[in-house]
Design a protein around this ligand. Structure first.
Ligand code: FES
Length: 163
C-alpha cells in the first residue's frame, strides 16, 4: 500500500498526463489502427501506430474521449511503446494487465510511471478505463496494415490476426 507521499506523487503523474496528453491526435503514415470501447460508459479510444519493416513501433497516437484515468493511461501507454519493438510493446500490455489484476507491478516490470495506475485495481469498473488504451493498442498491433479492428474492455484477450 503506497504511503501518502507516494499516493500524492502518483496523483500528480496522472493529472499531468491527463492535462498534457502526449502523442494525442491523428498520426500521419499510420499503418496500424484499432478502435476500442468501454461498454460500461460508451467511451471510445482510437489508436494509430506506424510500425517499421523491422517491427519497431516508430510512432503511436491516441484520440477519442474518456475519463481522466482512461486519458492518462492512454498518454502513458504511447510514451511507453514509442520507439520499442512490437514484441516489447506487447509484453508491456501483458505486464499492464498483470498489474491491473494484482494491484501491483510484476517483479520484472519496466512500466515506470505507469505504476501510478496500480491503485486502480481496487476499483473493477475503473480497471476497464485504465485498460482501454492498452487493449486497443494490442488489437492495433495484431491487425494487418490496411485494416481497422475493434475491441472492447469486456473481451478477455485478442487473438492473432484480428481482422
Ligand atoms: Fe469511460 Fe472511464 S468512464 S473510460
Amino acid at each position: 500500500m503506497p504511503d501518502a507521499t507516494l499516493e500524492e506523487l502518483y496523483r500528480e503523474i496522472l493529472l499531468d498526463h491527463y492535462r498534457n496528453p502526449r502523442h494525442h491526435g491523428v498520426l500521419d503514415g499510420a499503418n496500424r489502427h484499432a478502435d476500442g470501447s468501454n461498454p460500461l460508459c460508451g467511451d471510445q479510444v482510437m489508436i494509430e501506430a506506424r510500425v517499421g519493416e523491422d517491427g519497431t513501433v516508430e510512432a503511436v497516437t491516441f484520440s477519442g474521449v474518456g475519463c481522466s484515468i482512461s486519458q492518462a493511461s492512454s498518454s502513458m501507454m504511447t510514451v511507453y511503446v514509442s520507439g520499442q519493438s512490437t514484441a516489447h510493446a506487447l509484453e508491456g500490455v501483458q505486464r499492464f494487465q498483470q498489474m491491473m489484476l494484482a494491484g501491483e507491478a510484476p517483479e520484472d516490470s519496466d512500466l515506470g510511471d505507469i505504476e501510478a495506475l496500480a491503485g486502480v485495481a481496487k476499483f473493477p469498473a475503473r480497471v476497464k478505463c485504465a485498460s482501454l488504451a492498452w487493449k486497443t493498442l494490442e488489437q492495433a498491433l495484431r491487425t494487418a496494415d490496411g485494416h481497422t479492428s475493434t475491441v472492447t474492455t469486456d473481451e478477455k484477450g485478442v487473438s492473432d490476426g484480428g481482422s
